[in-house]
Design a protein around this ligand. Structure first.
Ligand code: ADP
Ligand code: MG
Length: 245
């Protein structure tokens, strides 16, 4: 079963048809990139997938369950994680504490209110941070981290919730090219290990072509191409509207 199935979702803002009937699926462990020029409707699609916006029409299914129109909190509970363009960490708390808080809320969600929280979650947080190459930073306050490291903490926080689907809207914005590649390589590795379906948007085409298993191309609210990176790269319509050649 696909992790996410999207069927004909639409959204208008006043007279603007931001998304006009978009359908696609994401499989477990798959890295799917959603690309397209500014204003194409990428963020609007994301917002309909995590409950921030209710589609005007169409359905969204997570692991076979209809989640169309559910509130963000319910969607999150059902296993949709999201990373944001602006990081949402607590600066005065350490990296480990930030991840522990996320683990705590995940375990609460599962009904484990009795858990001896601090000790177990610290070990679990450290294991997750080690997987993300952040073992050496666990005891540092988030407020003093470099931007690229903060992005990893943000990823750790999203992963702490054990999502089935991870939505990443421009996860590497503001990062140096080398950091982008390593963040996405790490994400892809973890997605495959854990069977997490990842849907991401990204401006850096090198990142897209090297880390996406499949690419969707959105233009003025509609999908104009879908396929393996090589096929999409050579698609004449994509070259015309998006890559500008
Ligand atoms: P992208 O993320 O691909 O750059 P968006 O989804 O942000 O595109 O925007 C798609 C279109 O919808 C644009 O024309 C944008 O101006 C419009 N739009 C997005 N959000 C809103 C909103 N909250 N109110 C009005 N118009 C919006
Ligand atoms: Mg956007």
């Amino acid at each position: 079963m696909a992790t996410l199935e999207v069927e004909g979702i639409q959204k208008s803002f006043g007279g603007v048809q931001a998304v006009r009937g978009v359908s696609f699926a994401v499989e477990p462990g798959e890295m799917l990139a959603l690309i397209g020029p500014n204003g194409a409707g990428k963020s609007t699609c994301f917002n309909m997938l995590n409950g921030q916006l209710r589609p005007d029409a169409g359905r969204v299914r997570l692991q076979g369950r209809d989640i169309t129109g559910l509130k963000p909190r319910e969607v999150w509970r059902l296993g949709v994680g999201r990373t944001f363009q602006i990081t949402a960490t607590f600066g005065s708390m350490t990296v480990r504490e930030n991840v522990q808080m996320a683990l705590l809320s995940h375990h609460r969600r599962l009904g484990q209110l009795w858990r001896p929280v601090a000790r177990m979650d610290a070990a679990e947080a450290d294991a997750l941070l080690a997987r993300l190459g952040m073992a050496g930073q666990a005891g540092r306050p988030c407020g003093i981290l470099a931007y690229g490291d903060l992005k990893r903490v943000e990823l750790a926080i999203a992963l702490a919730n054990q999502p089935a689907l991870l939505l990443m809207d421009e996860p590497t914005a503001g990062m140096a090219p080398q950091e982008r590649v390593s963040l996405m390589a790490l994400t892809a590795g973890i997605a495959r290990e854990r069977g997490i379906a990842v849907l991401f948007t990204e401006h850096d085409m090198d990142v897209v072509f090297s880390h996406a298993d499949r690419i969707l191309v959105l233009d003025r609210g509609a999908l104009i191409a879908e396929g393996a990176p090589q096929a999409v790269r050579n698609d004449p319509r994509v070259r015309e509207v998006y890559l500008g050649s």
